[in-house]
Design a protein around this ligand. Sequence first.
Ligand code: TXA
Ligand code: MG
Length: 347
Amino acid sequence: MMGEFDTRLLPATARPDDPAVTQAAKLLRQGELVAIPTETVYGLAANALDPDAVAKIFKAKGRPQDNPLIVHISSLEELPPLVTEIPDRARKLAEAFWPGPLTMVLPRSSRVPDVVTAGLETVAIRMPSHSVARAVIQVSGLPIAAPSANLSGKPSPTSARHCMEDLTGKIPLVLDGGPCQVGVESTVVTLTGDIPRLLRPGAVTAEQLREVLGLIEVDPAVLEKAEDGPVASPGMKYMHYSPKASVVMITGPWSACKDFLARQQDEGVWALVFDEDLGDCPLPAIGLGPRNDAAKQAQHLFSALRELDEQQARLVYARAPFEEGMGLAVYNRLIRAAGFSVIDLMG
Ligand code: TXA
Ligand code: MG
């Protein structure tokens, strides 16, 4: 046995009497951790109201203590006890996008432990749509704190196998609900200021938020490296999603990228390109997804980064995705995997 636990992997359905769901709910009530599927990425779940249980999340992931967690609920009645105020905008967003891949930052109530919010006066809340996640929340009867179920710094897990790779021995149970449909973490929007602000792009796009809210601001950290000092979303300042290889983003037309890549051929140098360009890529390459389908790119991104590790890539040149719609989320994750290093081949 490796580590403290003999980690079990159980297939799960959404039936409330599914033994895997019952077992997960029981462990959560006992203050233990369980990795669960959500529509975005797998989450590492704990009872959000139990500070000792939540502390185990930080330990299992090796997560910095100043990076706050998202609290997951399964119905709107679970929201009021967690916050001091539900602004009109939050009601509108909930109506439009919950259950689904949207997280709202709201003023927190005193029931939410400090360890969840990293001492902030706000709490991030999400109502997932994945039927297994919803069943686990309902059967446990608890609000569930859950970051992505990866080791801190690694790509987020989009399958139960990814969770097992990272957390075997560290937690008692992983529920397998199949591959994640969205593939990147939820959109995070804060509603605590005068103007709603997008902190992390996801499957609910900036354009969709504007349709419901009118004006929104996009936090500079979405596209650029956050400066030292306080940031709106602490998670944005950490090195993220990185495979072991160094990643460098390349921008420009495919002809220029191809010429560039042809000059980089060396042991362990790989490319991450659109599917259409795999056939004439001069380097060994993995497909990110079709050029004009950001949703597919999002689905593949994290498993592609993990696959590059399995291939023992040393250096990866990744073609920049387009920044519109869901492409903004793909770009945001990839530029972090690249540590913000970009080579511009626009000519
Ligand atoms: O899709 C998701 O959101 C997944 C699944 C499991 O639900 N969870 C997830 O959690 O991505 P995590 O911990 O990997 O990312 C949470 C993000 C971080 O960037 C964190 O800084 C931000 O949300 N966050 C949490 N609480 C916050 C708060 N009070 N104010 C601002 N940002 C907050
Ligand atoms: Mg994460």
